[in-house]
Write a protein that binds this ligand. Structure first.
Ligand SMILES: Cc1cc2nc3c(=O)[nH]c(=O)nc-3n(C[C@H](O)[C@H](O)[C@H](O)COP(=O)(O)OP(=O)(O)OC[C@H]3O[C@@H](n4cnc5c(N)ncnc54)[C@H](O)[C@@H]3O)c2cc1C
Length: 413
């Protein structure tokens, strides 16, 4: 064994710093309890403690920090949605990513390399013109590009001229990018816990004590706590957690899978997606090709992956980049996504006065981590739903004010 390892490793004066302290005992009460220690719950904790001075906060996480969908997503960040409400919301998300490393004093490796959505038919191209108009109207960087421009943006792409999947153009979204998912979660966790927020891992919410129209206490596997206010950000288990509080959500769970190849030399400098092929690809900073697609077509609350989906994604990836045909796959995984009927999240008030919802994030919620955290914190601090969140209320399903983003979500997330 090297002597320097003994010399510096054994004495106690070179103790590594910890980004978050070990899980403490639960206190008897908290001003705010956040259910779910994923990106959304942790971001809300950060904003509550930094911008609203609310620090008597417990984040209750049944597993380990950010081990839910935050750990499983493919990190597409973009604002090229269809409706005004969504574009405005996700545009702010992108701008918060642009300054996130500075905000968190933590390198989240935000890489704004643009997203290219491929059109394989003239009708798709026509719908892209609408999206580009909507995006530009709301101030995002987005345009329809022709075949030649697609070639320039993505020189290694198989254009399949004259073939079944000929690329006839695309939707180019310069604001699109990616970030390290674990860095985002750990950055928020480190900031929040540095200001006194308690992060309780292995702490499962198992029930609620309701008094009138309020949650009085939360029952966990480690004891019961009294709470002033509650934020629910439980990812794939949002429907179940809400039901424990007596709230029925229009959410159903579907598995979403992804996979990653061995590292390759850099060849892909944009995010590329094809709704026709139900496939999108991005090259990670390590050179791996991350490949994802649409949700599994059946409800299931499980994180197993399937050969069927792997074959489908491999088909799409090789169609777009034929030289990937002999590349090795390293991993395949799945998350449980909490899907809403209009492919849009549910944020804000619930039937219980002190219980706030941050759910229905389905296959698209990583990009929203900072903006949801920011405005959920504002909502709780002021006990009034922030203006930007108003369109995303649970009530929209009663008033038939749905925000249909199915076309913008498909296989792009
Ligand atoms: C394969 C895949 C690819 C994706 N790709 C993208 C993408 O490219 N771009 C994008 O924007 N989004 C993407 N998403 C979606 C994105 O991952 C999620 O929308 C986002 O991570 C949701 O964050 P969250 O913090 O709300 O949930 P999570 O990260 O799931 O955190 C919720 C936490 O709540 C905890 N919890 C649940 N029940 C309880 C309980 N009873 N008590 C205590 N804790 C509980 C869970 O353990 C979990 O850690 C993808 C998802 C998957 C699965």
């Amino acid at each position: 064994m090297p002597l320097t390892l003994l010399k510096y490793g054994l004495p106690g004066d070179h103790v590594p710093t910890r980004d978050i302290p070990p899980t403490p005992d639960l206190k008897r009460s908290y001003d705010v309890a956040i259910i779910g220690g994923g990106g959304h719950g942790l971001a809300a904790a950060h904003y509550l403690s930094k911008y609203h001075g609310i620090r008597n906060v417990a984040v209750l996480e049944k597993g380990y920090l950010a081990g839910g969908n935050t750990a499983r997503n493919t990190t597409t960040i973009r604002s090229n949605y269809i409706t005004n409400q969504s574009i405005r919301f996700y545009k702010e998300a992108v701008s918060l990513y642009e300054s996130m490393s500075h905000e968190l004093n933590f390198n989240v490796m935000f890489s704004q390399r643009g997203q290219l959505t491929l059109a394989h038919s003239d009708s798709t191209l026509r719908s892209f013109h609408l999206r580009a108009e909507m995006g530009r109207h709301n101030g995002t960087r987005i345009s329809v590009v022709d075949q030649q421009q697609v070639r320039e943006l993505c020189p290694h792409l198989n254009m399949d001229m004259g073939g079944q999947h000929e690329v006839v153009g695309g939707l180019w979204h310069e604001d699109g990018g990616t970030a390290r998912h674990d860095a985002v979660a750990w950055g928020y966790a480190a900031q929040a816990s540095g200001r006194g927020v308690e992060i309780h891992q292995r702490t499962e919410v198992q029930g609620f004590d309701i008094a009138g129209d309020r949650v009085a206490a939360i029952r966990t596997n480690r004891g019961t706590i009294r709470v002033g206010q509650v934020i629910q950000a439980a990812g794939g288990l949002n429907e179940q957690v809400a039901r424990m509080a007596g709230i029925e959500l229009p959410i159903r769970c579907f598995p979403l899978q992804a996979m990653v190849t061995q590292p390759l030399k850099p060849f892909l400098n944009t995010l590329v997606s094809s709704a026709n092929l139900h496939t999108y690809l991005v090259q990670s900073s390590r050179g791996e090709i991350v490949i994802g697609g649409g949700s599994d077509p059946y409800q299931l609350a499980a994180t197993r992956s399937t050969l069927d989906l792997k074959e489908q994604l491999a088909h799409g990836a090789v169609q777009l980049f034929p030289f990937l045909h002999n590349v090795k796959l390293l991993r395949q995984w799945a998350g449980i996504t909490d899907m809403t009927p209009d492919y849009t999240p549910i944020m804000g008030a619930s039937p219980l006065k002190n219980y706030w919802l941050d759910c229905g994030w389905g296959t698209w919620g990583f990009k929203a981590t900072p903006v949801a955290g920011k405005y959920m914190a504002e909502t709780v601090a002021r006990e009034r739903v922030a203006d930007i969140l108003q369109p995303f209320s649970l009530k929209r399903f009663e008033t038939i004010s749905l925000i249909n983003e199915m076309g913008a979500t498909a296989a792009s997330h």
